[in-house]
Design a protein around this ligand. Sequence first.
Ligand SMILES: Nc1ncnc2c1ncn2[C@@H]1O[C@H](COP(=O)(O)OP(=O)(O)OP(=O)(O)O)[C@@H](O)[C@H]1O
Length: 625
Amino acid sequence: MTDLPGRKPPPHPETAPTFRERLENLRHLGRLVSQIWRTSRPLTAASIGLRLIASVQPIAMLYVGKLIIDEVVRLTSLSAPGPGFAEWWASGALTTIIGLLALELALVIFSDLLARATGLADAVLSELHSNQVSVELMTHAARLDLMHFESAEYQDRLERARRQAAGRNALLSQMFGQAQDIITVATLAGGLFFYAPWLILLLPLSFVPAVWGESRFNTLAYFMNRWRTPERRELEYIRYVGSSADTAKEIKLFGLGAFLIERFKRLAHTIFLENRRLSTQRAGWGAVFSSISALTYYGAYAFIVWRTIIGDFSIGDLAFLSGSFLRLNGLFQKILLGFTQIAGQSMYLDDLFSFFEIEPTILPPAHPKPFPQPIAQGIVFDNVGFRYPDTETWAIRGLSFTLHAGETLALVGENGAGKTTIVKLLTRLYDPDEGRISVDGIDLKDMRIEDIHAHIGVIFQDFIRYSLSARENIGVGRIDDQHDMDRIEDAAERSLADQVITKLPGGYDTQLGRLFNKGRDLSGGEWQKVAIARAYMRDADLIILDEPTAALDAKAEAEVFSRFKSLASGKTAVIISHRFSTVRMADRILVLENGAILESGSHEQLVALRGRYAELFELQAAGYR
Ligand SMILES: Nc1ncnc2c1ncn2[C@@H]1O[C@H](COP(=O)(O)OP(=O)(O)OP(=O)(O)O)[C@@H](O)[C@H]1O
């Protein structure tokens, strides 16, 4: 976690994008529309079609309103055919006004139906689209390298993209609504132009300032949001640590509740202050701009009233014109604000689409060679060097060794010596910066990553405790065979997980983990046995256990490994463990220090060497005496 002091200040207006950059962002809209179209063609077409019809409804309503008023005025000037409604009705004088009223009623009902149908189409489309984006996001994330997930910058980008996947639904309605409003404006402006052309010139005065203000604040809000992604992730993290089952034990025992709450408050407050400042400025300027707009409207209104008094316009015209002007004013504002909002939203879309532009760096070769099966000679690390991205120090340098086929190799070394890094390179989660890794002489880079992974069974120290059933927890080790019960039971037996599972109330169908109802949690060691079964599911030639036995008791670990040894006979295996009772079972041991090999040999050879291994072994053995 980082601390707030020393963070970069909130964005300055100078850092806002230029008009041109903003226009460039608009190209994302095309991508969005095609994504929406792909989601559902009929719904997209329905949403657009319904809006087209709705767009001419306002002018029709206003014009019928004008006709009604003019007709009422005409009727009031007539001499009454009689005292009651019956006489009026019988005279036939009411036919037109009744017809007009019926027409207006029909228009109102029709427009309500249209709005509901559009809302329905949009809601369904939005949800489908949001699901589609989430699926595309997950699909793309699955293509990326481990490097991307281990980097804070990419995490920020992923987080921003994820927020956009769910948060940009309003944009869809807004864009289509925008098109509808533009057509409405064209029809209304046509009517207004017919009566009093210069009134149109007054309109910009009323909306331009408001639009400018809105656009500016949208940009500022976006940058604020973007700037604060790390803090928001931190907030989420603190919220998670402070209120999740996984962390509850330690948080309670260390009494960390107040510490976390204080940290959360401090961080949230800083973000709150910035947001409040922006909202206050936005509200203040908004008030000024809407006053300007109201003044313009009433100026125009007064003029139309005057022209009506002197007889240039009928009362119906007055209603039509003032109504049109008011509507136009509102619509113009809405459209221009809509444009700035859409432009603003398109900046957020940049977060989404730029995530899709991140490409994996570990690429499949043009002409992949198959992973040797079985491994005949072995795996060779030839002068391998590797630095994690954005770090200065080499995690591994000048590393050369051979893992012979059928050999069990143990990697030993202090924390940070580079053991897990070797496994990551061996499984091509990263590519080395120097040297080469080959299997039976074939460079790992010449093989498809999926092919490599299919032939290696690996369990890391931070394996996942899936909140799935026991059967699925093992089945995911080879997803294509997740329903092969014989294979699952066999893997469970090899890893000793079967003893854990038979004790569960629902056997293999017991839900594991605490996340869901009726979930049964396991002890650390029991989880490990289940995880190791996943590696056996693969039935791979090369098995790697990266310290997954740390939580097993000594007896269980010895049992797991002696079984591993007998089962792995003929298989190539890498074991990482800090327990020498385990390590000594390996055929050969590599002692690592600072990413390089310090000693190498069998347990007996290394003890006889009286070097670092012997020293560490003595240290641990002394602990048991
Ligand atoms: N994702 C990463 N980004 C940057 N540096 C890393 C990353 N992972 C590991 N390192 C660094 O690389 C070095 C080797 O780490 P590695 O995880 O391979 O050690 P290890 O021998 O497996 O340690 P341990 O016994 O603690 O598991 C360490 O200095 C570590 O800080």
